[in-house]
Write a protein that binds this ligand. Structure first.
Ligand SMILES: Cc1cc2nc3c(=O)[nH]c(=O)nc-3n(C[C@H](O)[C@H](O)[C@H](O)COP(=O)(O)OP(=O)(O)OC[C@H]3O[C@@H](n4cnc5c(N)ncnc54)[C@H](O)[C@@H]3O)c2cc1C
Length: 405
C-alpha cells in the first residue's frame, strides 16, 4: 500500500472554503414574523443569506392589531434608534412619537412630571396598518431579500431561530382605543385600585376623564397575554430562542419590544459566526430580565403606600440628578441589594417547568388573588362598560379572544 500523503495546505484551504461556501448557501429558517423574527431575518438577508420566515398568522402585527406600545430607552446607555440604525434598520420605516416627559400619577392622585433632556420612550402602533412598527420591520425584511411565508405551519425543530412569541400566560394587559381631541400625552399611574400590583396608562378612562378633556369616542379594545419565563438555556438543540419565545421580556412593565429586536439581531449575528448567542444574551439581556423580575417581586409586595414612596423617590432623584430617566436606569442596575434578593425571588416567585420541547424554564405563574385586588367598580366604570357593549354591538372589535380575558 502506498504511504498516505497528507493533502498540502492549498488543497486543505480549498476544501475548507468549499465547505464554508456550502454552509453559507444553506437557507436559514425563522419561526414567527413578529419583531424578533423579522429583525433576525433582515440582518441575515442583509448579510447575503437566504432566509425564510414562517408565520402562522396572515400578517405581521396581527397579534396586536392597533395596540399602542412604548419602546423604552432606559435599559441601555444608547438610544434605541441609534442602536437599530447601527444594525442596518431604518426607524423612519414606521411611525413613532418620542416623549421626554410623562404625567406620573401617585396613588393619592398627586401628579408630578419626571422628564429627561433626551428621549425617555417612543410610542409606536402595533398591527397590520402600513405605519405600524410590525409592517415597517416586515418591509425592511422583504427589501433585504428575506422570504416571508404567511399562514404557514412549520415545526420549531426545522427552524434555526425560534421567534414564535409567548406560549404561556403570566400576565394580561387590556386597553381601549378611542378617538380624542387631546394632544399627544402619556400618563403613567401607580394605583392599586386601577391596576393592583401593576400600572395603568390611560386605561381606566373614568379617572382620566375627570382630569383631562378627552372627548372620548371608543373604537375597539386591544390586549393579550405575556409570558414571563427564564429558560435555563437560550440555545437549545442548536436552535436560537429569541424575543418572548426565549423568555426575553420585562417582568416588571412588560416592555419586550427592545429585547425582541436585540435578541433577533444577536441570533442573526450568531448564525453568521459574529458572536456566541448564549454568551451575548447572558451578558447583555439576562441581567436586565433578572432585575425586572426582582422589581416585579417587590411590586407584588408593596401596595399604594409603597407606590407613593417610589413616586416620591423618583421625583427626589430627578431633583438631585436633573434627569428623570436616571431613576428608571437605576431600576435595571444589578447592584448589591438586587443580587442578594435574586435567590429569594427565584424561589419565591418563579416555578420550574419543563416545556413541550424539553426546555427547562423558571416561569412566573399568575399570582394568587390578594385583598388588594378586590374593589368595587365605580358607577362611572360600569357606565363605560355598558358604553363598550354598545360599541361592540355596532361592530367594535377586540384583538383578544374571550379566553384571554
Ligand atoms: C397587550 C400587550 C401590551 C404590550 N405592551 C408593550 C409595550 O408597551 N412595550 C413593549 O416593549 N412591549 C410590550 N408588550 C410586549 C411586546 O409586544 C412583546 O414582548 C414583543 O412583541 C415580542 O416580540 P416577539 O417577536 O418575541 O413575539 P411576537 O411579536 O408575538 O411575534 C411572534 C410571532 O410568531 C407567530 N407565531 C406564533 N406561533 C407560531 C407558530 N407555531 N408558527 C409560526 N408562527 C408563529 C405569531 O403569530 C407572531 O406573529 C406588550 C404585550 C402585550 C400582549
Amino acid at each position: 500500500m502506498p504511504p498516505f500523503d497528507p493533502p498540502d495546505k492549498d488543497v486543505q484551504a480549498a476544501r475548507q472554503a468549499k465547505a464554508e461556501a456550502a454552509e453559507l448557501a444553506k437557507p436559514i429558517h425563522v419561526l414567527g414574523a413578529g419583531l424578533s423574527g423579522l429583525a433576525a431575518a433582515t440582518y441575515l438577508a442583509n448579510a447575503g443569506r437566504e432566509v425564510h420566515v414562517h408565520e402562522i398568522r396572515g400578517d405581521s402585527g396581527a397579534r396586536f392589531d392597533g395596540d399602542f406600545q412604548g419602546i423604552e430607552n432606559w435599559t441601555s446607555g444608547s438610544d434605541f434608534f441609534n442602536e437599530i440604525q447601527e444594525w442596518g434598520f431604518d426607524p423612519d420605516e414606521f411611525k413613532s412619537d418620542a416623549f421626554d416627559v410623562i404625567d406620573l400619577v401617585h396613588p393619592d392622585d398627586e401628579i408630578t412630571q419626571p422628564r429627561t433632556s433626551g428621549v425617555a420612550f417612543r410610542i409606536v402602533e402595533r398591527g397590520t396598518a402600513e405605519h405600524c412598527i410590525d409592517q415597517g420591520f416586515k418591509r425592511m425584511a422583504l427589501d433585504a431579500g428575506a422570504q416571508i411565508h404567511y399562514d404557514t405551519r412549520r415545526s420549531p425543530q426545522d427552524c434555526h431561530i425560534v421567534a414564535a412569541g409567548p406560549k404561556e400566560s403570566s400576565a394580561v394587559a387590556f386597553g381601549e382605543i378611542f378617538h380624542t381631541d387631546h394632544p399627544n400625552h402619556v400618563t403613567f399611574q401607580l394605583n392599586d385600585k386601577l391596576a393592583p400590583g401593576a400600572y395603568s396608562y390611560f386605561i381606566v378612562i373614568a379617572w382620566y376623564e375627570q382630569h383631562y378633556d378627552l372627548n372620548r369616542k371608543p373604537i375597539k379594545r386591544v390586549g393579550g397575554k405575556g409570558d414571563f419565563s427564564m429558560p435555563d438555556k437560550y440555545v437549545h438543540d442548536g436552535r436560537y430562542y429569541v424575543g418572548e419565545a426565549g423568555g426575553l421580556q420585562d417582568f416588571m412593565w412588560g416592555f419586550g419590544m427592545r429585547y425582541a429586536v436585540t435578541s433577533g439581531v444577536l441570533a442573526a449575528k450568531a448564525v453568521l459566526g459574529e458572536c456566541d448567542y448564549e454568551t451575548e444574551v447572558r451578558k447583555r439581556l439576562v441581567p436586565l430580565v433578572r432585575a425586572s423580575a426582582i422589581n416585579r417581586f417587590l411590586m407584588n409586595r408593596v401596595g399604594n403606600r409603597g407606590f407613593k414612596m417610589v413616586a416620591n423617590h423618583w421625583m427626589r432623584d430627578q431633583r438631585r440628578k436633573g434627569d428623570g430617566l436616571a431613576f428608571m436606569q437605576w431600576m435595571y442596575k444589578p447592584g448589591l441589594l438586587r443580587r442578594l434578593l435574586w435567590p429569594v425571588v427565584r424561589l419565591g416567585m418563579l416555578r420550574r417547568k419543563e416545556l413541550a420541547d424539553g426546555r427547562m424554564v423558571s416561569r412566573m405563574p399568575f399570582r394568587k388573588s390578594l385583598s388588594r385586588d378586590i374593589w368595587e367598580q365605580s358607577v362611572r366604570a360600569e357606565e363605560i362598560g355598558n358604553e363598550w357593549d354598545q360599541v361592540r354591538k355596532g361592530g367594535g372589535r377586540s384583538s383578544f379572544g374571550e379566553s384571554d380575558a
